[in-house]
Design a protein around this ligand. Structure first.
Ligand SMILES: [Zn+2]
Ligand SMILES: [Zn+2]
Length: 106
């Protein structure tokens, strides 16, 4: 039997179902504007982003229509890992801004 639930795809990294696909570039754009306000080095986002570039596309982003390769949790976690080492003073704020939504969706 072929599943007719064509909208359910799974993240390349964690394997979780992705119900609201937002690509890492759209997530990055949100992060970038906040990083700019806080004077945080946006290279962190690029460093995290390249890790997922070679993965196969799992879906199209609901925002921009581009291919997406990784769920928002995996991408945000990667950025957070690099971020929290360099800017521990903003850790809680980052979590509140970008992680909170993720856990809510779960
Ligand atoms: Zn994932
Ligand atoms: Zn997108």
């Amino acid at each position: 039997m072929i599943s007719r639930e064509r909208d359910i795809v799974n993240c390349n990294v964690c394997g979780d179902a992705v119900t609201n696909p937002i690509c890492k570039d759209c997530l990055s754009a949100q992060m970038r504007s906040w990083f700019k306000i806080k004077n945080i080095d946006a290279d962190i986002i690029d460093d995290a982003s390249v890790i997922f570039d070679d993965l196969p596309a799992i879906s199209e982003c609901v925002k921009c229509g581009n291919d997406m390769t990784v769920c928002r949790h995996c991408f945000t976690k990667e950025v957070f890992d690099i971020f929290s080492e360099k800017y521990s003073e903003y850790k809680e704020e980052f979590t509140r801004l970008f992680n909170y939504e993720i856990y809510e969706e779960w």
